[in-house]
Design a protein around this ligand. Structure first.
Ligand SMILES: NC(=O)c1ccc[n+]([C@@H]2O[C@H](COP(=O)([O-])OP(=O)(O)OC[C@H]3O[C@@H](n4cnc5c(N)ncnc54)[C@H](O)[C@@H]3O)[C@@H](O)[C@H]2O)c1
Length: 342
């Protein structure tokens, strides 16, 4: 097989983010082809395959994994299925791109890491913020020593409002497992080499207080201490009425970098109402270039055998902080990471 042959990629889970990833593979990547789509919901894979001219669809994931033509999979199912799908795909010899969170327990994270290692396949996790231009440039500035030793870090995720999801369908602790997990990875990545030592988290249902007694948490603030002395704050909210707001900041002994901008572009309107900018409203718009870069890197790793993106160990490190947050909110106290790591 020629090493320049496009990688045959299959999508598992044809929902919102899966559809965006599949479109990127089909239309934006030169080093890949969208070879198949699998989704257990009747018609879901076929509908997306029609739009993207993808030749093969499955409702049975095992059948997809048994197809020897498929070299790599993108897992974009609901979170609770990620570990089992990642393990099954790795054991079938497929390179694995797994949306976050890769696992909901440390034991599951270790299972996925071991499965990829034993199969000798790349395992990349969907921490797409690392591939956003502003965040990548911020990271480069930190690595070049421009901000000195990191002392204070900040990362925030405010999802675009108005909040339209059915709160009854949001799994418990989503604000930590699926939302702030991005911020935890971003903070670990920007504060490279440091380990989190202690977490204190406060969370509430401020967007939909009527669902608080059913377990919804839609707002959270987390303080994280690191073993290099730095302190970070991460915050999230499910309904920013002004748009999709993702920002980060690293302040150190030599200066500061800030990353992220809710404004769509530098176009600024001056009119009778004053001065205004349009804002990002969707992750799949804001991060389209970042998603493309992360998937391009994943596909390249299939041919090179070298993963250049966030891997299973990164997924586990971010998960440790999420689990510490859950313990902190439950017990209303600071939680040492040593308690979570055991
Ligand atoms: N990195 C990011 O920026 C980003 C953005 C959005 C979502 N996500 C993550 O992606 C995942 C999917 O989110 P979504 O919003 O696209 O969800 P979604 O509900 O829109 O789509 C999930 C799809 O998976 C299918 N599915 C259900 N069970 C399955 C199984 N056992 N195997 C395979 N497919 C199955 C469903 O039929 C559905 O089509 C979540 O873990 C979420 O946290 C990441």
């Amino acid at each position: 097989m020629s090493s320049t042959k496009p990688v045959a990629v299959a999508l598992i889970g044809a929902g919102r983010i899966g559809a965006s990833h599949a479109e990127i593979v089909a239309r934006r990547l030169k080093n890949a082809t969208l070879a198949a789509i699998a989704d257990p919901a009747p018609g879901a894979a076929a509908r997306l395959a029609d739009q993207l001219e993808c030749p093969l669809t499955y409702t049975d994931i095992d059948e997809l994994l048994a197809n020897p033509e498929i070299e790599a999979v993108i897992i974009a199912s609901p979170a609770r299925f990620h570990t089992n799908l990642a393990v099954a795909a790795a054991r079938a010899g497929k390179a694995v791109f797994c949306e976050k969170p890769m696992a909901l327990t440390l034991a599951d994270a270790e299972l996925a890491i071991a499965a990829a290692r034993e199969a000798g396949v790349p395992l990349q996790v969907g921490f797409n913020r690392r591939w956003d231009r502003a965040f990548a440039e911020g990271k480069a500035a930190i690595e070049a020593g421009k901000v000195g030793t990191p002392q204070l870090l900040r990362s925030l995720t405010r999802d675009p409002g108005p909040f339209g999801a059915d709160p009854a369908r949001i799994p418990p602790w989503t604000v930590f497992f699926e939302t702030l997990i991005h911020d935890f990875d971003t903070l670990l990545w920007l504060n490279a080499g440091a380990r989190a030592t202690e977490v204190y988290a406060v969370a509430d249902a401020l967007v939909r207080p009527d669902f608080k007694d059913k377990g919804l948490l839609d707002t959270a603030v987390v303080t994280i201490r690191f073993d290099n002395g730095a302190v970070a704050v991460a915050e999230a909210n499910f309904s920013a009425m002004y748009g999709y707001d993702i920002r980060g900041e690293v302040f150190g002994s030599g200066g500061m970098v800030s990353m992220g901008d809710v404004r769509r572009s530098s176009m600024t309107l001056f009119d009778k109402d004053g001065v205004s900018n349009d804002t990002w409203r969707l992750d799949t718009d804001h991060f389209i270039d970042g998603y493309t870069a992360e998937l391009h890197a994943f596909v390249a790793s299939v041919r090179s055998g070298r993963n250049s993106g966030p891997d299973g160990a990164d997924a586990k490190a971010a998960l440790e902080i999420a689990l510490a947050c859950i313990a902190s909110v439950t017990e209303r106290r600071p939680v040492a990471l040593a308690e979570i790591r055991g």
